[in-house]
Design a protein around this ligand. Structure first.
Ligand SMILES: NC(=O)c1ccc[n+]([C@@H]2O[C@H](COP(=O)([O-])OP(=O)(O)OC[C@H]3O[C@@H](n4cnc5c(N)ncnc54)[C@H](OP(=O)(O)O)[C@@H]3O)[C@@H](O)[C@H]2O)c1
Length: 262
């Protein structure tokens, strides 16, 4: 049976002819997002920091879906790297329709153990990067509409052990999303965020209390399982699509109900 809704609304979740940049898409959640956007028809620029071979694996999977893939190394915390990345996108694709700011890093320590070097590292990669990324993206979105989605976490609004710097950086990110959303909606660029519950990626291996976090998340999640990269990717695709045209400046939580349990 055909999908009547998509027949009546051509383009409802179709990104054919569009170009997406997903930062930190060599691994984990970013990789799932890049592949999902490619499955919807987009050509994708895959950004990595240290693991080029992993980024090439994502690119191969995207090419297997019939989309074009461009692998670009850049530290998103370095403005010069970000500029070069947009120059490569301009040269290879000549446009950008979707920016997913997903790359993140951060020092996992209690607030009293943090120093300013750790703080700046975390803030620059997780929050500060969105400024040059959004500025570069908007230039390549000139003349047509676009969508920006940032990937946040529940630590933006909750206190999680060893998460002081990362949580504060995600709170800054979510605030910046709202400010950008108001500035950019009038020029046709929608800005939103997604905030995920615990997803078992490489990032979680660095938590000193990993096992306890997983057990506790499973116990508290009404939906009965952890959030998976594809759950996040599906929501990002929706937010980038024409289906979400009136969603502006929001942070959509994807956690199986974890954060609403009292
Ligand atoms: N995992 C979770 O439980 C969870 C929950 C909520 C939200 N999130 C958010 O989801 C996003 C992805 O997390 P993840 O768990 O998939 O992380 P991950 O598995 O550790 O992957 C991180 C990705 O970011 C890239 N990256 C790191 N620093 C970078 C930099 N300075 N410049 C460019 N790229 C950089 C990495 O590239 P290389 O491979 O080259 O190092 C990698 O592709 C993050 O924003 C994270 O905060 C994660």
């Amino acid at each position: 049976m055909s999908n009547r809704f998509c027949e009546i609304n051509p383009g409802c979740m179709d990104l054919t002819g569009k170009v997406a940049l997903v930062t930190g898409s060599s691994r984990g959640i970013g990789r799932a997002i890049a592949i999902r956007l490619a499955q919807a028809g987009a050509d994708v620029a895959i950004n990595y920091f240290r693991h080029r071979s992993k980024a090439e694996e994502t690119a191969a999977e995207i090419q297997a879906q019939g989309s074009k893939a461009l692998v670009v190394g850049a530290n998103v915390a370095e403005e010069a790297d970000v500029s070069k990345m947009f120059a490569a996108i301009q040269e290879n694709f000549g446009r950008l329709d979707v920016l997913v700011s997903n790359a993140a890093s951060g020092i996992l320590k209690s607030a009293l153990e943090l120093n300013m070097r750790y703080w700046r590292w975390t803030m620059d990669i997780n929050a500060g990067c969105l400024l040059p990324l959004a500025q570069g993206a908007v230039k390549l979105m000139a003349g047509h509409s676009g969508s920006i989605v940032a990937v946040s976490s529940l630590g933006a609004v909750r206190a999680i052990p060893n998460y002081a710097a990362v949580g504060a950086s995600k709170a800054a990110l979510e605030s910046l999303i709202r400010h950008l959303a108001v500035e950019l909606a009038p020029i046709g660029v929608r800005v939103n965020a997604v905030s995920a519950g615990l997803v078992e990626t490489d990032a979680v291996k660095h938590f000193p209390n990993r096992e306890q976090m997983i057990t506790e998340s499973l116990r508290r999640t009404p939906a009965g399982r952890l959030t998976e990269p594809d759950d996040v990717a599906n929501t990002v695709l929706y937010l980038c699509s024409d289906m979400a045209k009136m969603i502006v400046g929001q942070t959509v939580v994807i956690d199986g109900g974890y954060s609403i349990v009292g």
